[in-house]
Ligand binder design. Structure first.
Ligand code: SF4
Length: 423
């Protein structure tokens, strides 16, 4: 169903429509349509407070008749039929060209000044029986992490209040375990936390391991906005990193979350000993899901002594160019997804982080800790935002529309016969 705000924006648009031969305008697409129309937006400036729907499904539905967008000779579209070869071609572009394309795509779909700030809190630390070879919280690795009991609801709500006061608009709670399983008491506490954080006006996200369909439904009813469940790497490399669960297990939880109407947050980690083909493979899985994730976090491994990956001297570190290349490719193949610059930010300079924002990242985690590893302080992030001219995205409000679209700079190609949303 169309959100009222989105409808207002689309109705405010005046159109020039031209029928063209589909082959001419979709030359970069594998799909050939019998005919398409090009609509050129000459939108009047909308009120500064006018925003797109916050729910990614409602937002994306507004554009269901869109074939592609073009600006400055760069064409992009939301597709689910990417081949690995196509994604590899983008990933392997010369760096300068990749950055130009990604930053143009970013500006066609988003307001590049707006960056969402999320805070991640570990509500149950350590003591996890899984064997993820990067993780400090696994009982199988000897690390600095000491298992702690699940935090009390009151403590969590106090942390959420502090995060809100510091400018965060999404609060994510993580628990170190394989799955929710039969943890009835813990689940009831978590539902209470979700209701409480939601009641404070923050968007709520959880990362609690594997979920079944019923648990996903209950979390949705409690007010959960999003669920994080990372695929980490490609299906081929996954068994080298984790042996206690399968890629299929992960995909099943993602499907349960999606089916419950919760936004999916799903991404990966660079620095797991993967090859470039694995990075492309991960993006291929994400970009060919039935719906692109609402958010795709891209993490750089924060190496922890005592973990197999932390102790492996043969594993190359992740540099800023690796991160920017991955973020840029994600931005191009999933243009309507929020790409989250996640763990590892502390090892990158402000200039390097700017390169990643320019590649299409539009969300960060803030707060001095990401689960168990260090992260920039709130104040440092605010100073970075001021330096770069960024503003935070408000909670429970959708993203601001792309200024380039509003100013008529984006040429939108639509599938003929599906233009009723623009009437
Ligand atoms: S990443 Fe999650 S599932 Fe894996 S060991 Fe760490 S806490 Fe457990």
């Amino acid at each position: 169903m169309m959100n009222r705000t989105g409808a207002t924006i689309l109705r405010a648009v005046s159109r020039k429509t031209t029928s063209l031969n589909a082959r001419a305008v979709t030359k970069n697409s594998t799909r050939l349509l019998s005919s398409v129309k090009i609509d050129t937006y000459t939108a009047p400036k909308v009120d500064d407070n006018e925003r797109l729907p916050n729910n990614d499904r409602e937002r994306n539905a507004l554009y269901s008749d869109e074939e592609s967008r073009t600006m400055s000779n760069i064409t992009a579209s939301v597709r689910h039929d990417w081949s690995k070869e196509e994604i590899a071609q983008i990933y392997n572009l010369p760096f300068h060209e990749l950055m130009y394309r990604a930053s143009t795509v970013h500006r066609m779909y988003w307001n590049a000044a707006e960056v969402q700030q999320c805070t991640l809190l570990s509500i149950k630390t350590g003591g996890c029986t899984e064997d993820c070879s990067y993780c400090s919280q696994s009982t199988r690795h000897k690390t600095f992490v000491k298992p702690e009991p699940t935090m009390k609801v009151k403590e969590v709500l106090e942390a959420a209040k502090r995060a809100k006061e510091a400018g965060s608009t999404r609060f994510c709670m993580g628990a170190a375990w394989r799955e929710l399983g039969n943890k009835k008491n813990a689940f009831n506490h978590i539902l209470e936390m979700v209701r409480g954080v939601n009641g404070m006006g923050l968007e709520v996200c959880c990362t609690l391991g594997m979920l079944n369909a019923e648990q996903a439904k209950q979390l949705k009813e409690a007010g959960l906005s999003a669920y994080n469940h990372n695929l980490d790497t490609s299906p081929e490399h996954y068994p080298n990193v984790i042996t206690t669960r399968t890629y299929e297990d992960r995909l099943n939880t993602i499907a349960n979350v999606r089916d419950a109407g919760i936004s999916v947050c799903c991404g990966g980690i660079l620095g797991l000993g993967e090859k470039d083909t694995d990075r492309v493979g991960l993006l291929h899985v994400l970009a060919t899901l039935p719906e692109h994730p609402e958010s795709v976090p891209i993490n750089a491994l924060v190496s922890v002594d005592g973990t197999p990956l932390g102790d492996d001297d043969d594993i190359d570190g992740v540099d800023a160019f690796d991160m920017a290349r991955m973020i840029a490719t994600a931005r191009i193949v999933m243009p309507r997804t929020m790409v989250r610059l996640s763990a590892g930010r502390l090892s990158f300079s402000d200039a390097e982080q700017f390169m990643m924002f320019n590649a299409g990242a539009n969300s960060i985690f803030n707060g001095d800790k990401l689960l168990t590893t260090a992260n920039p302080e709130f104040d440092a992030d605010q100073a970075l935002f001021d330096k770069l001219g960024f503003i935070g995205k408000p909670a429970h409000k959708g993203p601001a529309p792309s200024p380039h679209e509003q100013e008529g700079g984006v040429v939108i190609t639509k599938v003929e016969g599906q233009s009723q949303q623009y009437a």
